[in-house]
Design a protein around this ligand. Structure first.
Ligand SMILES: Nc1ncnc2c1ncn2[C@@H]1O[C@H](COP(=O)(O)OP(=O)(O)OP(=O)(O)O)[C@@H](O)[C@H]1O
Ligand SMILES: [Mg+2]
Length: 243
């Protein structure tokens, strides 16, 4: 197995001092893989992504990216280092056009911006056709593609995606997830939170399950697909340590 692209070790973090949501959570993501995080509502999946993205104070533990400590690095600096974050909600500017959204995302690309824009429009033909339309007029699936395109505008090595298929039709959800797989073929690593558990497990390489802000089990995604314990964790019937 090649060296990890991202590693979280014993991360404790939350929104309010002295009230941790994550309790010593650890995970590892490998290059050009989809690393999946699943777990019941309120498990701390988004909180973990936000802690990695530098949006929340980490009170204990360490996060490394390509071997470098990024535990207390701000979000904008993480973008410069190659980490892009696609939030669960409000991940595009609806009142701006598609082109304006992309231009905003490309603002740090400097002289490389036109070539990068051309490449993005090639990758997302549906967006290319609608550049002048307001992003709010896009379908749910197209909005997620725009959010992903905006993440790609920063030429990231790692993309943190929080429930990109939420609220989409099964077909659109599958398209978004399959696109994530396509991205890994070009060397990008993806840390993916999903509630479409079966669809995501079929696609991902490795999966970590969280519940109540703690690690439960993890393993190769295909091995967890039919694992009885996974269902039990979702139903709250079993916790690590209480099994
Ligand atoms: N901004 C916030 N301020 C304080 N507490 C929060 C905030 N956002 C989330 N929480 C709390 O943190 C816990 C974990 O929430 P989180 O959003 O990480 O869960 P999740 O696993 O992403 O759930 P979902 O599947 O519903 O997206 C919950 O108890 C939630 O109430
Ligand atoms: Mg969430």
């Amino acid at each position: 197995m090649p060296e990890a692209v991202l590693e979280a070790r014993g991360v404790t973090a939350g929104y309010v001092p002295d009230l941790p949501i994550l309790h010593e959570v650890s995970l590892v993501a490998h290059p050009a893989q989809i690393t999946l995080i699943i777990g019941p509502n309120g498990a701390g999946k988004s909180t973990l992504i936000k802690a990695i993205a530098g949006l929340l104070p980490v009170s204990a533990g360490q996060i490394t990216f390509g071997g470098a400590d990024i535990t207390h690095i701000r979000t904008d600096q993480l973008a410069a280092r190659g980490i892009a974050y696609v939030p669960q909600t409000d991940n595009i500017f609806r009142s701006l056009t598609i082109r304006q959204n992309l231009d905003l995302a490309l603002r740090r690309a400097g002289a490389g911006a036109p070539a990068r824009l051309a490449r993005l429009l090639e990758q997302f033909p549906a967006l290319a056709d609608k550049q002048r339309d307001k992003a709010g007029t896009l379908s749910g699936g197209q909005r997620q593609f725009l959010a992903i395109a905006m993440a790609l505008a920063t030429a990231p090595k790692l993309i943190l995606m929080d429930e990109p298929s939420a609220g989409l039709s099964p077909k659109a959800a599958q398209e978004v997830l399959e696109h994530a797989r396509t991205l890994t073929r070009s060397g990008v690593s993806i840390l993916l939170v999903e509630q479409n558990v079966n669809q995501a497990l079929r696609l991902a390489d490795h999966c970590f399950i969280l519940a109540e802000g703690r690690n439960q089990i993890d393993g190769p995604a295909d091995a967890l697909l039919n694992n009885k314990v996974v269902g039990e964790i979702y139903l709250g019937a079993r916790r690590m340590g209480a099994a």
